[in-house]
Design a protein around this ligand. Sequence first.
Ligand code: SAM
Length: 283
Amino acid sequence: MSGIDGLPPLRDVIAAHELRARKSLGQNFLLDLNLTARIARAAGDLSQKDVLEVGPGPGGLTRGLLAEGARRVLAIEKDRRCLPALAEIGAAYPDRLEVIEGDALEVDPLAHLTPPIAVAANLPYNVGTELLVRWLTPADWPPFWDSLTLMFQKEVAERIVAQPGSKTYGRLAILAQWRAEARIVMTLPPGAFTPPPKVSSAVVHLTALPEPRFPADAKVLEEVVAKAFNQRRKMLRASLKGLHPELEGLLETAGIVPTERAEQVSLEQFCALARAVKAARQR
Ligand code: SAM
């Protein structure tokens, strides 16, 4: 029995249900329940929140979230081999765990959740960034979630929190930091997982801001940032060519020197440029 919840240790759960990890599903499991409880605590006080968990696998993080007091957990898992192990957790926490078998990229979880909502996941690497971008770019803001507490490859986590001037600064940093507060709260070596992945991982905690840090039209900002970083080595007057015929004037309005490169431009300047582009297009 394990200390946090009286359920069997995860190693025994995995053996009993023959859950050999599948690479195709990005399966690297966390078996240390003290660690999963720490990740759950990094999500903040969950006692008044529903938690969306993507990819619970054998349930290490699920158990951490429930033991740390989450009001309810909705877990979406693609691998049906994991369902019996998750059902055992549900039985130990009556009415607090709902499991949906399915692909998190296709299932709409909102019908199953009551706000306020937190998202917590040790994401499968192959779908992690896609889900994050979706969660950061909803049609309306504030989004359905109050916070995201997500495990990524360390290199992806660094891109999310990157500042101007760094090699990892790009589209993901702008998307994340425009409307959320993002920080790395934990770094984990490959050996924390079974089987160990090739690279280190990190947990990023994002809190949704009630309003964007600087005003801008989301679609125009995304267009400008995607174009600027698509050719990040080029000067902006070249990489942003085609954005608008008066590009150089618009860059200057936004306080950006046209010979600068995308990685030198601050979030505030990108927002100013998006506003200038939108206004010029409406003239
Ligand atoms: N949360 C568990 C843990 O921390 O030990 C497992 C993490 S493992 C990195 C990723 C999990 O996501 C696996 O259980 C995998 O089956 C599941 N998964 C992969 N792709 C998925 C998808 N598209 N939708 C839902 N779950 C998915």
